[in-house]
Ligand binder design. Sequence first.
Ligand SMILES: Nc1ncnc2c1ncn2[C@@H]1O[C@H](COP(=O)(O)OP(=O)(O)OP(=O)(O)O)[C@@H](O)[C@H]1O
Length: 269
Amino acid sequence: MPRPVDSKGLPVQLEVSGVSVRFGRRIVLRDVSLPALRAGEIMAFVGPNGAGKSTLLKAIAGVVASEGEMRLGEDDLRALPPASRMCRVGYMPQSQDARTGLSVLEAVLAGLDLLMPGLSRGERRARAAAALVRLGLEPLAGTSLCDLSGGQRQLAVLAQSLSHDPVALLLDEPTAALDIRHQYEVMEALRGIAAGGRIVALVLHDLALAAQWADRIVFVKDGGVYASGRTRDCLTAENIRNVFEVEAEVLRDGGHGVHINVLGRPRPA
Ligand SMILES: Nc1ncnc2c1ncn2[C@@H]1O[C@H](COP(=O)(O)OP(=O)(O)OP(=O)(O)O)[C@@H](O)[C@H]1O
């Protein structure tokens, strides 16, 4: 996979600065700036329910209106026509609509038709097949989306999101419905995609998964960024307490394993 670089030969970065989102009169994201998301890295957004994580991904993907700056490499994302933006920034929403009668393969092909209309029939099929293989979905290629389990459907939508090989892949809780083997396989696939020079940003509720797989972590709280940094430095008991309002211990086993023990609500000072 060619590594996307800008005109100076530097790896492409996704830059988000001063982004705000309001729904009606309510401000849901306020002036959010992120550390640059670099090609090759996985960034995890964590935070309590309702903090604004999904809204942040939607703002970057262009699914909701926002203010602020968003650049991918040399492109101003706002200035891109919607189809180009969707092609460059892949987005997988938190909930998936399965009311279509399409099979898994047809759904992936339909996504490719929309985003890469210039592909030949052979290229489309090859890309779709590669996405299904990557996620172990070949046995379900002919199964209707309506007949899949929640986890299988999540994998099918993920296949759709990555089949067109976007420069940046934004995933909202991609492992939420998956068993531990599939969680591992999805995270391993995402690691491979990042290592191939793509940007991967995802919302995760499972802090241990974030600890194991994310290079960088962003704690989102009350519509803003509370803390961000290298996962090893930033995933601390103090940040967990201040963001989630629980006492926790973060136990590292010396390898990649991290255990988060939640001990209870913080004691009043
Ligand atoms: N379309 C909308 N209209 C009005 N308010 C919205 C809309 N979408 C989200 N919100 C509000 O914005 C806030 C942030 O929602 P968001 O879905 O981004 O949170 P989240 O951090 O992803 O939460 P969760 O972990 O529960 O998925 C919530 O208070 C939610 O009610």
